[in-house]
Design a protein around this ligand. Sequence first.
Ligand code: HEM
Length: 473
Amino acid sequence: MPVSLTSTDPLSWENATGDADTMLQNLQANILKGHVRDHLRILLLQFDKGPEDPTEARTFLTRLAPLMKSAKTQLQEVKDHKQSESNGESGTDTSPYVGVGLTKGGYLRLGLSEQAVDEAFKDAAFKRGMKEADLEDPPTTQWEGAYQKEIHAIVLVGGAEPGSVSTKVQEIEDLRTSSINVIGRETGLALRDAAGRGIEHFGYVDGRSQPLFLKEDLEEESQNGGTSIWDPKEPLGRVLVEDPLAPNNATDFGSYFVLRKLEQNVRAFRKAEDDLANALNLRDGDRERAGAMLVGRFKDGTPLTLQATPGAHSPVMNDFTYAGDGAADKCPFQAHIRKTNPRGSGGFEPPKAERRHLMARRGQTYGERTDGPGDEPPEGGVGLLFMAFNSNLVDQFEFTQLNWANSSRFPKFGSEPAPGLDPVIGQGDRIPATWPQVWGEEAGQEVPAPAEAVTMKGGEYFFMPSLPFLRSL
Ligand code: HEM
């Protein structure tokens, strides 16, 4: 079975044969399906030796390859784990995931010429890097030190248990020779709510809405959550591209990866929720709706466009669009999830074309919380390591941040006032926005925009190559 990047008939990994099966064995894990990464360590690497002496960098990467599991292994492990849990056993252990990405500078340090790299990779954002991106980010001089430097590679290690993740990190450290330097480290740590759902630091369920690529995942979603109103199915080409430098272009694929360290000022966000509730004169239980209007979901993940109060059934609902909320009387246009996935209601592109901006988010929270209930929440030191896989960074991550989140005029709707920036991640001049006072009723009130509570501290673009590429070095 050949690999099709455009087919809308989803690939069944269990029944894949020929090239499609080899592709899954050659692909890094965590791209087609998120890998467990409650404990996550990130190493940012610099290869000291110049392009004329690439041996150490090449050897390091070749030795790393055997520590990495393939997409196929990940999928099989998840299946075995679920099987043993349903048999009443404790669940088989899954090994940590190791992911590797290279920047353009990293490829040059492997001894490839500038021309070869420029011709091989099509993505303009990858080639220029995040430091040169025009996303209204803070100046690079304000980024954390590691991100100000030239990063050549990223290594991700993620798993369920801190012990096995640390052991794996040590194995990787042991492979380093003197010219392979760790210039930055990040530690991700999952946060969960009382029901065990993954949340981000503002307290909202995160990571729920994802494009799905595999037949088995789509079947599970249609049984558990439903896919009849919002179909999460996307072709493999939404995240995969041929690995241009790998031995076999029929079976070797990779993905462009974005990492952004986003610090969250939780105290400022709480204030924004309170200020909005006060400005709209929301009372008692209805005050929670203020935060839901900023995000587009209540803390428990209930979509605001579907109901005025939290508590929708489990699993967290994702089978919805904004078709019943065209004038945004329920969920405001500027709510984070409506901005970053208008689900066909953006007004600038036909619904099908609009979907090409979606990406596979694989973020993880960082920083430990010491505040208890009633304490003042932190103003810094915690946040989100935003990560996502793309087949085209310009059209997906950058488009979402720039043309949607940072644009006060998106989405477009008749002669309504401009929605304003995404209150969670919008960067740039924040104009006052209009918010529905009563859920589902037309009257809206203009309120000054909340201050930015998310600060970008640095980031970079990488290409996550196929395993045969790493082995071939
Ligand atoms: C969804 C929070 C950064 C894109 C969500 C959700 C939350 C959230 C709570 C709802 C859960 C879900 O639907 O899966 C945050 C926070 C961020 C952040 C606190 C920063 C600290 C970003 C960035 C982007 C982004 C940088 C992209 C530029 C998305 C997308 C969705 C989403 C595409 C799914 C929307 C949907 O399909 O309905 N985010 N996010 N987020 N976020 Fe973010």
